[in-house]
Design a protein around this ligand. Structure first.
Ligand code: NAD
Ligand code: UD1
Length: 334
């Protein structure tokens, strides 16, 4: 079985490639490296101990994508490629819709043309919007307040319509909650360029001493300690979820949605404490106002993934913080 992994050079994709190799699958990566370092390819090869094909290609170029299908026999696509910065999507909506939505349509058209009708898609918990009550269930109504979230809802809809129109298609839509952590080797992880937007990447730099303190976005939420609660999931657990989802997709036609989270909520204060314990570093913080578009609580109802995919997350917050710290330390030569 050969799998095309779009965006396989990125944070979640690279970890998934390691798990694919572990499960005995061959894979090919296509990535334009717009948000990842091409060196990850060598790192993945080093971890899995073998080589694979890599195409430095952009999914917005239909002929390029089609060419990959012509040169290879591909049984399924795991589709990670996309832009993911919420704030940037508000500033550059056209870029986000073109990259995420038009890019995905290209991938789907190339798949159709080459009779590969099996896809796993990276959606996000952001599609639950601001109005649903936790825990979020797959059947809840969807909404989004920014182009990034809208692009995920649009792609979910496109996949659902495609599966309705052609009964040979299988689309497994995975709504990720908050992936953090890193590969145990410390060689793969998340280290965005510039000042990070997300919690753990920001804390990583406070721990390294590059940033003086963490800004906590509000302590007046209706949560046990007032800070925002999220469903953090170790990226390796998440990666393993893709193997289960793919095995499911090979046996089932049609579109199916699954939440991939731990099912547990953890507050910002709890993360800070766990990170301090894991790293032995003091994480200084200041409480500032709420961030626009944030919900107080976000965590998954994970019963469907447990029951249908036979998957659940194994690693706890301490392990997630330990692996994040181990990775960032190595990146910075500490
Ligand atoms: P990432 O940015 O690390 O990986 C995405 C990869 O896609 C990058 O390597 C980037 O270079 C590539 N890419 C972007 N546009 C492309 C294009 N036009 N053609 C080819 N390659 C392109 O992000 P990630 O955290 O690994 O996320 C993977 C997917 O999961 C994304 O679709 C993201 O929206 C989704 N997701 C991520 C999170 C999260 O918190 N990380 C949460 C929910 C959903
Ligand atoms: C953010 C995005 C969401 C996206 C997700 C994964 C926004 C509004 N939401 O979600 O669409 O799917 O990332 O990429 O950007 N926090 C701080 N200080 C910080 C950073 C974060 O206090 O410097 C808090 C947040 O308020 C939140 C928690 O930490 O309560 C987690 O934040 P973050 O890592 O950004 O993830 P999400 O808010 O879940």
């Amino acid at each position: 079985m050969s799998i095309l992994v779009t965006g396989g050079n990125g944070f979640i994709g690279s970890h998934t490639c390691v798990e694919l190799a572990e499960a005995g699958y061959d894979f090919i990566i296509m990535d334009n490296c717009s948000n990842s370092d091409e060196k990850n390819i060598e790192v993945i090869q080093k971890i899995i101990g073998k080589n694979f094909k890599f195409y430095n290609a952009d999914m917005r170029d239909f002929n390029g994508v089609d060419g990959i299908f012509k040169e290879n026999t591909i049984d399924s696509v795991i589709h990670f490629a996309g832009l993911k910065a919420v704030g940037e999507s508000v500033e550059k909506p056209l870029e986000y819709y073109e990259n995420n939505v038009s890019g995905t349509i290209n991938v789907l058209k190339a798949m159709n043309k080459n009779s590969c009708k099996n896809i796993i898609f990276s959606s996000s918990a952001t599609v639950y919007g601001l109005n649903n009550k936790v825990p979020f269930e797959e059947t809840m109504p969807l909404s989004a307040i920014n182009p990034y979230g809208q692009s995920k809802i649009m792609i979910e809809k496109i996949l659902t319509d495609l599966c309705k129109a052609d009964l040979e298609w299988s689309a497994v839509i995975l709504r990720y909650f908050n992936p953090i952590g890193a590969h145990e080797s410390g060689l793969l992880g998340e280290n965005p360029k510039g000042i990070p937007n997300n919690l753990i990447p920001y804390i990583n730099h406070v721990a390294l001493g590059d940033l003086p303190y963490l800004n906590i976005f509000g302590n007046d939420y209706d949560t046990p300690d007032g800070t925002g609660v999220r469903d953090y999931i170790h990226v390796v657990d998440l990666a393993k979820g893709h193997i289960k989802a793919m095995d499911y997709g090979f046996k089932h036609k049609g579109a199916e949605v699954f939440n991939l989270g731990s099912g547990k909520g953890t507050s910002v204060f709890e993360i800070v404490k766990a990170y301090e314990k894991a790293s032995g570093k003091k994480i200084k913080y200041k409480i500032i106002g709420r961030r626009a578009g944030d919900v107080g609580m976000c965590y998954a109802d994970i019963r469907k993934a447990e029951k249908v995919l036979d998957w659940h997350a194994k690693y706890d917050i301490e392990k997630m913080c330990r692996d994040s710290w181990n990775f960032i330390k190595k990146q910075h030569g500490n």
